[in-house]
Design a protein around this ligand. Structure first.
Ligand code: ZN
Length: 62
């Protein structure tokens, strides 16, 4: 599907504000970065060496 060519994102639950949001891959493809949509707190999730790296599709911002 064409969806795969779009910028990949990771769904995340922001515990700080109990809200759901998305993190987008950075240019280097080394991490998913974003901000809580409510308080704008920055969140950074590192991606493992094997591209996607992680099996988890859902992260909690702590
Ligand atoms: Zn927040």
């Amino acid at each position: 599907m064409e969806e795969n060519k779009k910028r990949q994102f990771l769904g995340i639950w922001f515990e700080c504000c109990h809200t759901y949001g998305r993190l987008y891959k950075n240019k280097e493809g080394t991490a998913y970065v974003g901000r809580c949509p409510n308080c704008l707190r920055p969140v950074h999730v590192r991606i493992g060496k094997d591209g996607e790296g992680t099996n988890r599709r859902f992260f909690k911002g702590s």
